[in-house]
Each structure stands twice: as structure tokens, then as C-alpha cells.
Write a protein that binds this ligand. Structure first.
Ligand SMILES: CC(C)(O)CC(=O)SCCNC(=O)CCNC(=O)[C@H](O)C(C)(C)COP(=O)(O)OP(=O)(O)OC[C@H]1O[C@@H](n2cnc3c(N)ncnc32)[C@H](O)[C@@H]1OP(=O)(O)O
Length: 257
């Protein structure tokens, strides 16, 4: 598969996607979103891949949707096209995706990072939803995911003022899982992704689905869902292997079965 706006590699059991439109600070145009989805389709179908890392450059994870592509759009066109349907597919993937964010993650860039399962940020990362400065609002999930991640007050602050938030503030607010020095960003993120990819894939997928439920259903429904999923994992060979390995004081050899 030939890609023009991203680089796609595998590192052992980890799929690595690097956004690669440096001339536009990785502004997210239709082609780039399409290529991310193609790469993710491939990783989802590849039984050898257990986790995906999505990253950008040192200067920009992504500076938002491509403003120049959007600027002449009309209301009916934007509404009827359902422009963000393709973006939504990124947030509905089954395998875990970890965002490694350095530099600007603004507008659609912040929204893309939030579609991932968690974010590891470099100390130079800057997050924000500056759409208000362009006379619009976030349109790829920012008002919803940012509010769920950091709460109403902080989300209102960022979305209504359009200001940027540095990596430390983002970690304090709960938007990012951890902050690492810029030079270590990719290595640390790959290490986390490799650790995930070494687990039993059925349990990883079910853990991800269960955490996502917490955002969608009542506590009681979520607890019942978790209990059923927990019980179902006792039907896997990997549960037997994981617990036997603990008892025998050795590393488990998971077969995703
Ligand atoms: C998805 C939705 C619906 O939520 C909507 C959105 O995402 S709207 C976009 C939200 N993002 C922004 O408003 C950020 C726009 N960019 C900037 O404010 C600045 O570029 C910056 C603060 C990130 C960086 O500034 P600076 O270092 O001074 O670099 P620039 O010279 O401004 O940019 C370099 C180059 O990249 C182009 N660029 C940057 N961002 C975008 C973008 N979002 N869309 C298109 N192009 C972008 C910029 O125009 C420059 O290119 P040239 O004009 O020099 O060719």
C-alpha cells in the first residue's frame, strides 16, 4: 500500500503510524484521514498486531483539520457530506491505539489524539480547541470527549477562549496519561504499546470495551457488563496459561486463544 501523507511501519507486534505532512504541520485533510483508516484496517486485520501507536512530528502531532480545505464549504455541503464520518471510524477501532503527542495537538489534532485510548505527551506538547478563533466550534468530538476527559469547567475554559494548554497542565487535568521528555517520546510510547501487545488479545479487547462502557451506560449496567465479560474470559486458554504461569513463577505465553 502506497501512502502519501503518513508513514506506516510495524515494530514487532506494534503497528506504527506517523503523520507526515510537515509543510502543513500535519493538518488533517481528507486524504490523510483516509490513509489513517486504511492503515488501521490493515492493523486490525493482522493477527500479529496487538497495539497501534499514532504519532506526528516533534513540532506538531497535528495542527487541526485542514483550514484551507474547509474554508469555502457551505452549510448544506458540510451537513450532507457527514464530513466526520470517516474520522469517527478511527475512534471505533477494537485494537488499542496509543497517541504519542509532541508539539501542537490543536482542533482536530486534539480530537484525533482523544480518539486514541490514551495519550503519552512530550514535554513540549500543546493541546487546544482553537476553533472558536475561526468562527466555528470543534466538530470531530472535541466538545464531548474533552469534557468527559477533563470536566466541564476546564473544557469550557479551553473551548470558549481557544487557548492552548501545555503538557503539564494536560497531565494534571487528566487529558494525558503521562508526560515524558521529547527525546524519549517514541521509545516510551512504543514500550507501553509493546507491553500491551504482549498480553492476551481477547483480554485486551475486552478490557478496552469495558472501560469504554463507563462513558456510555449507567454504573449498574457497566458493572453487569464487566462481570459477564470477566466470566467469559475463563473460557480462554490464555486465562489458564496466565494463571498457571503465575503459580509456576514464569512468564505467560499467550496465544490469543
Ligand atoms: C476538526 C474541527 C472541526 O474541529 C476543526 C478544526 O480542527 S479547525 C483547525 C483548528 N486548528 C487551528 O486553528 C490551528 C491553526 N494553526 C495555527 O494556529 C498555527 O499554524 C500554529 C499555532 C499551530 C503554528 O504556528 P507557526 O509555528 O507560526 O506555523 P505557521 O506558519 O502558522 O504554519 C506552518 C504552515 O502550516 C500551515 N497550517 C498550520 N495549521 C494549519 C491548518 N490547521 N490547516 C491548514 N494549514 C495549516 C500554515 O498555513 C503554514 O503553511 P503556509 O501558509 O506557510 O503554506
Amino acid at each position: 500500500m502506497a501512502y502519501e501523507t503518513i508513514l506506516v511501519e510495524t515494530r514487532g507486534k506494534v503497528g506504527l503510524i506517523t503523520l507526515n505532512r510537515p509543510q502543513a504541520l500535519n493538518a488533517l485533510n481528507g486524504q490523510l484521514i483516509g490513509e489513517i483508516n486504511q492503515a488501521l484496517d490493515g492493523f486490525e486485520a493482522d493477527a500479529g498486531i496487538g497495539c497501534v501507536v499514532l504519532t506526528g512530528s516533534e513540532k506538531a502531532f497535528a495542527a487541526g483539520a485542514d483550514i484551507k480545505e474547509m474554508q469555502s464549504r457551505s452549510f448544506p455541503g458540510t451537513y450532507l457530506d457527514d464530513k466526520f464520518a470517516d474520522w469517527d471510524r478511527i475512534g471505533r477501532r477494537r485494537k488499542p491505539i496509543v497517541a504519542a503527542v509532541a508539539g501542537f495537538a490543536l482542533g482536530g489534532g486534539c480530537e484525533l489524539a482523544m480518539m486514541c485510548d490514551f495519550i503519552i505527551a512530550a514535554d513540549n506538547a500543546k493541546f487546544g480547541q482553537p476553533e472558536i478563533n475561526l468562527g466555528v466550534i470543534p466538530g470531530a468530538g472535541g466538545t464531548q470527549r474533552l469534557t468527559k476527559a477533563i470536566g466541564k469547567s476546564k473544557a469550557m475554559d479551553l473551548i470558549l477562549t481557544g487557548r492552548m494548554m501545555g503538557a503539564e497542565e494536560a497531565e494534571r487535568s487528566g487529558l494525558v496519561a503521562r508526560v515524558v521528555p521529547l527525546a524519549d517520546l517514541l521509545a516510551e510510547t512504543l514500550k507501553a504499546a509493546e507491553a500491551i501487545a504482549a498480553k492476551s488479545l481477547p483480554s485486551v479487547l475486552m478490557a478496552k470495551e469495558s472501560v469504554e462502557r463507563a462513558f456510555e451506560v449507567t454504573l449498574q449496567e457497566g458493572l453487569r457488563f464487566e462481570r459477564r465479560v470477566f466470566a467469559s474470559l475463563f473460557a480462554t486458554a490464555d486465562q489458564k496459561e496466565g494463571m498457571a504461569a503465575f503459580a509456576e513463577k514464569r512468564k505467560p505465553d499467550f496465544r490469543n486463544a
